[in-house]
Design a protein around this ligand. Structure first.
Ligand code: ITT
Ligand code: MG
Length: 208
């Protein structure tokens, strides 16, 4: 991104202190807290602060991450970090993508969401089972400054789902070159290769 006059905008450093994790997904909050360990931050989740869950009206992962981070920073008066992520299936033109949470419905039934993905891919003759996860991070300050980062991991879909260690679509996603799904991996193994860890590596390099 460029500032006025064409000069690159300086990346803002994140100082030790309170940081809001602007997510209402406990699986994500757990992973984000682990990925931020050791940087002197005192993390507090949006749920702990009773912050509202904003409607995700953006058309990209980055737009939705920014929207969530801005709401949390504005309401808390603290820097806030949001994650918008999802699983993109090649044969489905990138769906569920930014709609990954919504495919699970009000009841957040990811068993049903995974079955829906499987049924849709299965209905296409000779369909590729390639998929990838994307994670967009937005770090917003109360004065309106925002930094963005995006990570990705490629893999294939397996059926039936395997493992109960992760969250969301993890049990049906087999990362490239591995024989365990994200659902079968311990958190540290997932963090060695995941879309979220990829985005955090970029964030850590930039803002600390
Ligand atoms: O918006 P917040 O409050 O952060 O929580 P959310 O669950 O609604 O999160 P998203 O809007 O970003 O939706 C992303 C969905 O994609 C799925 N997803 C994202 N990252 C994942 C991961 O690492 N493993 C499995 N599923 C993941 C998961 O089902 C999420 O609910
Ligand atoms: Mg959401």
């Amino acid at each position: 991104m460029s500032g006025e006059g064409g000069e690159p905008q300086a990346i803002r450093k994140l100082r030790p202190g309170k940081l809001v994790i602007a997510s209402h997904n406990p699986g994500k909050v757990r992973e984000i807290a682990a990925l931020l360990e050791g940087h002197g931050l005192d993390v507090v989740s949006a749920a702990e602060l009773d912050l509202p869950e904003p409607e995700e009206t953006g058309t990209t992962f980055v737009m939705n991450a920014e929207l969530k981070a801005r709401v949390a920073a504005d309401l808390s008066g603290l820097p806030a970090l949001a994650d918008d992520s999802g699983m993109c299936v090649e044969a489905l033109g990138g769906d569920p993508g930014i709609f990954s949470a919504r495919w699970a419905g009000e009841r957040k039934d990811f068993g049903a969401a995974m079955r829906l993905v499987q049924d849709k891919v299965d209905a296409i003759d000779g369909a590729s089972r390639d998929a990838h996860f994307v994670c967009a991070l937005a770090l917003a300050w109360p004065d309106g400054h925002v930094e963005w980062f995006e990570g990705r991991v490629d893999g294939t879909l397996v059926w039936p789902p395997r493992g109960d260690k992760g969250f969301g679509y993890d049990p049906m996603f087999l990362p490239e070159g591995r024989d365990q799904t994200f659902g079968e991996m311990d958190q540290d193994e997932k963090h060695a290769i995941s879309h979220r860890a990829d985005a955090f590596r970029q964030l850590v390099a930039a803002v600390f």
